[in-house]
Design a protein around this ligand. Structure first.
Ligand code: MN
Length: 296
């Protein structure tokens, strides 16, 4: 069968588990929007993981809330859907296999990473599975994903995570991550301001916005409950706006995904993003910040 999943740590750990239980011939990495837009052909030969339900798939595992923009699964299907910290956890529970024992900590760390249940150390000085997770995070801006993804799956099945981290390809990514985060932290402190409970980072004055750990902002502004980051989209046609809850101070009542949905974007309660058209940016950004302030 073909395993179809997202190119992130949850996808990797899910693939480690699934390939231990099913005959998987190939892996395909997709974005959830590819399923929503029916851009990719899915067949009964496909095991869909960590992605919205597709009626043509052979098996389906997911841990996200069902949304109106995607097809609802029938009452009976092969696989499992549950609200859980990670898709890997849903798979772990579904098979309840004895041979999953050795992946117990891989799965529980994947839970923490995917649900952003992280400590300050996990952000400032990550180690183990959490560190590995950042090396396969598309937001880290490292790229070259597909082959790296498949290699991680093989390595995690063959050796402990500490040994995986020592592999030259992984170590190189870790080095880039650390350099990026240093530059990113500096840029964050130069381009962020606090507006009540909202920390606003405006990278629009930068030619090329820096990439780095999206949680670093909360180590700089611990009193903020929500963050907003602004940077130019392609050709400055829109302002790419991302908002998220402070993972160390989860008191905001704002539904980030819903707010972003009002501006043509989406997400979930804790984080979302939207492309605000440049001509409307001033008004829309003010509205977004006001909504976030009202939500505390
Ligand atoms: Mn996930």
């Amino acid at each position: 069968m073909r395993l179809v999943t997202r190119g992130d740590l949850d996808g990797v750990t899910s693939a480690v588990l699934i390939t231990s239980m099913e005959q998987v011939g190939s892996i395909e990495l997709l974005h959830p929007q590819d399923i929503t837009d029916k851009r990719t052909k899915i067949t009964t030969d496909d095991i869909l993981v960590n992605l919205p339900y597709h009626p043509d798939c052979g098996m389906w595992f997911d841990h996200h809330e069902l949304t109106d923009s995607n097809e609802k699964p029938p009452a009976v299907f092969r696989g499992k859907h549950a609200i859980a910290p990670s898709a890997a956890r849903v798979i772990y529970d579904y098979y309840a296999a004895e041979k999953f024992r050795k992946y117990e900590s891989l799965v529980s760390e994947t839970d923490r990473f995917d649900a952003a249940r992280l400590t300050k150390d996990d952000v400032l000085d990550p180690a183990g599975v959490i560190l590995l997770g950042y090396t396969i995070d598309s937001r880290s801006g490292i790229g070259r994903f597909k082959d790296y993804f498949s290699r991680l799956v093989e390595w995690l099945k063959a050796m402990p995570v500490e040994e995986v981290l020592r592999h030259p390809e992984v170590a190189e990514r870790v080095k880039i991550l650390r350099e990026n985060n240093k530059t990113f932290l500096q840029a964050l402190s130069e381009h962020s301001r606090l507006e009540g409970n909202v920390v606003v980072t405006d990278f629009r004055s930068l030619q090329k916005p820096p990439v780095g750990n999206r949680f670093l902002i909360y180590t700089l502004f611990p009193s903020a409950t929500v963050s907003v980051r602004l940077q130019w989209g392609p050709d400055r046609r829109f302002v790419a706006t991302s908002i998220g809850h402070n993972i160390f101070n989860r008191t905001s009542k704002a539904n980030c995904g819903q707010i972003c949905g009002e501006y043509g974007g989406g997400g979930h309660r804790g984080a979302g993003s939207c492309p605000v058209p440049t001509s409307e940016a001033d008004g829309s950004l003010k509205d977004i910040i006001r909504k976030l302030q009202e939500a505390g």
